[in-house]
Write a protein that binds this ligand. Structure first.
Ligand code: G6P
Ligand code: MG
Length: 214
């Protein structure tokens, strides 16, 4: 049976997807590129450096490594500024109630995020204390859909992939969970997350005992 829940951060527990989108759009102004929402969808769950590479690719812009380094820093500075006032009100609806349910049922809880800013966000929103383990972008070298982030989560908690359930809002993250041999619950639209085992729009009113039956 299932022993652990592994949560993506951005777009699952908190609302940072909008800040990433804004920060990338601001960066795109440097090379006259307007990022669309459809493209942003494809950047969800994707690491900072890989995201920049894709955007430059879409813009058909070839940048030097030095320029890329500068833009990665600029994007993150934009982003840190945007999240600097984050607070518990930005935890997505139903999340705290759901974490309370699974904690009470004895599940271990881990974070599996590509973000190098994950701990800052968990601190600002007061979510930190729910987690038994945090695997973030500082602890992995391969971007989702590679399963590294979730495999490290399972291993760190001492469970097999088959004992873990992943919660993801991104296509790349759903694929990462599947590639790691885990069940995955998509948070968002079923049409976007069609490979997930189940999809819910959000955590409002969700009863873990019903959701975590496969
Ligand atoms: C998450 C987000 C991505 C973001 C990535 C890296 O996976 O969904 O949009 O690019 O983290 O975040 P970071 O905070 O390290 O730039
Ligand atoms: Mg996400």
């Amino acid at each position: 049976s299932y022993k652990a829940c592994l949560f993506d951060l951005d777009g699952v527990l908190v609302d940072t997807a909008i800040y990433h989108f804004q920060a990338w759009k601001m960066l795109g102004e440097n090379f006259n590129y307007q990022l669309t929402e459809e493209q942003n969808e494809q950047l969800k769950g994707v690491s900072r450096v890989e995201s920049l590479n894709r955007i430059l690719d879409w813009a058909s812009y070839s940048a030097t490594n030095e320029q890329k380094e500068a833009w990665l820093k600029e994007k993150n500075d934009n982003y840190l500024h945007l999240i600097s006032n984050m607070n518990p009100s930005e935890i997505l609806p139903g999340v705290v109630d759901f974490l309370g349910q699974i904690k009470a049922e004895g599940y271990k809880i881990a974070l599996g995020s590509a973000s190098k800013n994950a701990e800052i966000i968990l601190e600002k929103t007061g979510l930190m204390s729910w987690f038994d383990l945090i695997i973030d972008g500082n602890k992995v070298s391969k971007s989702k859909p590679d399963p590294e982030v979730f495999l490290k989560g399972a291993e760190g908690l001492g469970f097999t992939p088959a004992e873990c359930i992943v919660f993801e809002d991104a296509q790349a993250g759903v694929e990462a969970a599947i590639n790691g041999g885990m069940k995955v619950i998509g948070i968002g639209e079923a049409s976007v997350l069609s490979d997930a085992n189940k999809v819910i729009p959000n955590f409002i009113g969700i009863k873990s005992a019903d959701l975590l039956l496969f």
